[in-house]
Design a protein around this ligand. Structure first.
Ligand code: GLP
Length: 244
């Protein structure tokens, strides 16, 4: 079940998304948050930091799980998702380091690291999962063709995804890793609530596929059609191909 909000600006959309987050943060238990990287959730994370500073919202008892990580980038690399999350959120709130889970993509045995992540994840239920969508309809790094039953694993990135993400790597696709560790679609869909953020015309096809297309692994984000509570935040450009 989708609750769709179309906003005029990224700032407004990020404020709207934060309202859903805030309700979960202020709920009757310390939540487990599923977090995403990418430009889409940055405004939401800014609001979380602002709320922490201004209202004292504490993350001391909050557990987080990130969706994915590149394989082969050390955590110190500025484009690793570990670095991204610290820069845009974790360094600015009071979350203890041991409460943060980010897949490890730079080990000698990525398969074993995936199994360990899956094992840890299985001990929790994610209360709120934050998501963005790729132009090819991927969520996390679950590219088209990913099974709806997939769990944490090593995956190969599509050329289109690598081209999209090359903007973070000096525009050079050759610098973008070819593989990643990602939570699977079966992990993501288990979250109690989901926030999906998408902006810009280049997301319009993926957004249409996600909300109005056939539910199929060809558009991994379409799995969200089977979820009971998805809050979708779009700008007008991302919503421009929707028929409803
Ligand atoms: C990346 C990430 C996804 C993210 C997507 C969109 O490849 N693995 O988790 O949602 O791309 O990114 P952006 O928000 O920058 O458009």
């Amino acid at each position: 079940m989708f609750h769709i909000t179309v906003s005029e600006s990224y700032e407004e959309l990020s404020n709207e998304a934060f309202k859903v987050m805030k309700e979960v943060l202020d709920g009757d238990h310390s939540p487990v948050l599923g977090l995403a990287t990418g430009s889409s959730p940055v405004g939401l994370y800014k609001n979380m930091i602002k709320d922490h500073i201004e209202n004292g919202t504490s993350y001391k008892d909050i557990i987080t799980f990130n969706l994915d990580e590149y394989i082969g980038l050390p955590r110190s690399h500025k484009e690793s998702y570990w670095a991204f999350m610290h820069e845009h959120l974790f360094d600015h709130i009071d979350i203890p380091a041991e409460n943060i889970h980010i897949p490890f993509g730079n080990g000698e045995d990525p398969e074993a690291d995936c199994a360990a992540y899956e094992e840890e994840l299985s001990k929790y239920t994610i209360d709120l999962q934050v998501l963005g969508v790729g132009t090819d309809g991927h969520i996390a790094f679950d590219e088209p063709g990913s099974s709806f039953d997939s769990v944490t694993r090593v995956t190969t990135l599509n050329e289109r995804t690598r081209r999209d993400n090359s903007r973070f790597f000096d525009g050079d696709i050759d610098k973008v890793p070819k593989q990643a560790v990602t939570m699977g679609l079966a992990n993501i869909i288990k979250a109690r609530k989901i926030i999906m953020i998408a902006t810009g015309e280049n997301k319009a096809d993926a957004v249409k596929g996600m909300l109005e297309g056939e539910m199929s692994p060809d558009c991994p984000a379409s799995i969200l059609q089977s979820h009971p509570e998805v809050y979708v935040f779009l700008d007008e450009a991302a919503a421009s191909k929707l028929s409803r």
